[in-house]
Design a binder for this molecule. Structure first.
Ligand code: ZN
Length: 198
């Protein structure tokens, strides 16, 4: 079971994303399109998916975390897009890891899962690098993820910038979107295989 969280939505448009032609698209639409694409790739591979939203609705961080926690997911990917930086940025919670706590306050529930989230980010990192993408890893305060009781990573897609002559792929390049979605799906298969090991 994987939870896909298309960040933003409804009243919260997120960042403004510029496509190749220069026409702006709200981040909320980009993340929803990526969520739909990734869900179909995962379900085709026999992985159950729960999404936090299927349309342009407003969801707060608590509602997103509730959906993820109710699903008891093996992984949660929170999808963002940005014009800053290059390639795919992976973020995990900046909470200090807490091991084996039976009681976790809601707002810092992710603390008990940080080490698993680091492992999940590692699997995502490998799959994205394998697909030839630029990847960066970081830690940050993430209100939705900080309340999630599952391995959780924020995946922020930025334009893939090339070197020299190659200008790289813009965010709205369908081939680039497919490469990213395929790599994320491959990572989830790998994650499932690792989870099945004793
Ligand atoms: Zn965002």
């Amino acid at each position: 079971m994987v939870v896909i969280d298309a960040a933003h939505g409804g009243d919260d448009a997120g960042a403004s994303i510029l496509g190749q032609g220069g026409q702006p698209e709200p981040e909320k639409a980009y993340t929803l399109a990526l969520s739909v694409k990734l869900r179909s790739l995962l379900t085709a591979r026999g992985i159950s998916v729960v999404t936090t939203r299927e349309s342009d609705v407003t969801l707060d961080a608590a509602q997103r975390a509730e959906i993820a926690d109710r699903a008891q997911a093996q992984a949660c990917l929170s999808l963002h897009a940005s014009m800053n930086g290059a390639g795919v940025h992976l973020f995990i919670s900046s909470l200090a890891p807490v091991e084996g706590g039976n009681f976790a306050p809601w707002k810092t529930a992710q603390a008990a899962w940080v080490s698993r989230s680091v492992a999940l980010a590692g699997v995502l990192n490998s799959a994205l690098l394998h697909a030839g993408l630029t990847v960066s890893l970081g830690r940050t305060a993430l209100t939705a993820i900080d309340s999630m009781t599952c391995p959780a990573v924020a995946v922020e897609v930025a334009p893939q910038r090339g070197n020299g002559k190659d200008s790289g792929a813009s965010l709205d390049d369908p081939a680039y979107q497919t490469t990213v979605a395929d790599a994320l799906a491959a990572a989830m298969l790998e994650w499932r295989a690792e989870g099945a090991q004793p």
